[in-house]
Ligand binder design. Sequence first.
Ligand code: HEM
Length: 407
Amino acid sequence: MSNEKGWGMRAFDWFEERLPIVSFIDHSVGSKYPAPNNLNYFWNFGSLAGFMLVVLMMTGIVLAMSYTPHVDHAFESVERIMRDVNSGWLIRYLHANGGSFFFIVVLIHIFRGMYYGSYKAPREVLWWLGIVIYLLMMATAFMGYVLPWGQMSFWGATVITNLFSAVPIVGDEIVTLLWGGFSVDNPTLNRFFALHYLLPFAIVGVVVLHIWALHIPGSNNPMGIEVTANDKIPFHPYYTSKDVFGLGVFLLFYFTVVFWFPNAMGHPDNYIPANPLQTPAHIVPEWYFLPFYAILRSIDDKLTGVILMFGSILILFVVPWLDTSRVRSANFRPIFKVLFWIFLLDCFVLGWCGSQLPEGLPLILTRVGTFWYFFHFLVLLPVVGWIETPRPLPSSISTPVIASPAE
Ligand code: HEM
């Protein structure tokens, strides 16, 4: 039998010699990319985030084909998408709920990084790029929510853009620039539409850098220790199949909401057309902004509130240095592990506070929660790193497995 290559393989080789795209993929997420053999399901969330980014861009482009960015037509154009455009309701619900699920996935991805110390050397730049993505995501989501031009769109935009007036000296100029005039109006809607369309492409660019920065040191792992050659397995087929399984499970949740509870995460007031003459009783942002909204309102002074709110995200950039422990994984850090769960609870409490009126118990909790948020990063992280005695680290991933007696 001849082992001559068929014409198909020869054509493939010809192309591959000129543009080695298949071997590039194989080295990036394929059989030539070695990954630690102990990654758990929390390592699925990066690929899930990538999946959601693609879903949002594809559904968004289709929505844009029938959407009209004009204050007189935006609300009705969305209703038309829901009622008259073929499968328009599905595309819109996939997109609107997709935003929420994108945040759920990315937040789990971030908290995973915090728990396993993935932000520590040598992955600081990877972490920074993640925060840049998170900031871009928030800007994109905020502008997207304005597009249906419902009551919450309009009043949310008014409240949040007005925050910039707190900036000394140039505050009012910034607000005028954001609005494109002297109130939230048609120019505002136009520029928000343009930017909402543009920013996801910027996110794609930063994601490419993010993955690039990941491939330099390779993935961290649940033990947080350096990985020896013996403890690595090829990404494909092991993690590609695990990612596909995780995607299936994730889709069950996503589709359950899209098909059965498509408005559960939205606000009913956004089904009322925007009315600049009627302020809703209670203006609330989308759920993923609630903790930051709470921090903003934790203090009476507007400028201090704005500084605290932006500071609560920007502080993430210096976390790799605020955390003074050299041990990465919380599994080996008894005190840090407890603090991690308290911090997570604190974020949920702040989220609840952000949905309430800032008075009485919610206001007290907001203030305690905001204090704890910064106390965690600025005081506890450095101090615990110094005083904590971590559990002994195994010398390799396989050591504890080989050492433990057979059961
Ligand atoms: C569009 C959003 C994002 C996408 C598509 C994305 C994608 C990925 C992928 C595919 C991985 C490798 C698989 C994994 O470890 O889960 C990864 C790792 C990582 N990402 Fe992201 N990411 C996003 C946002 C973020 C954000 C917002 C942060 C932090 C603020 C972040 C921080 C990290 C870190 C620290 C790692 C390394 C984890 C480790 O090896 O332990 N990412 N990302």
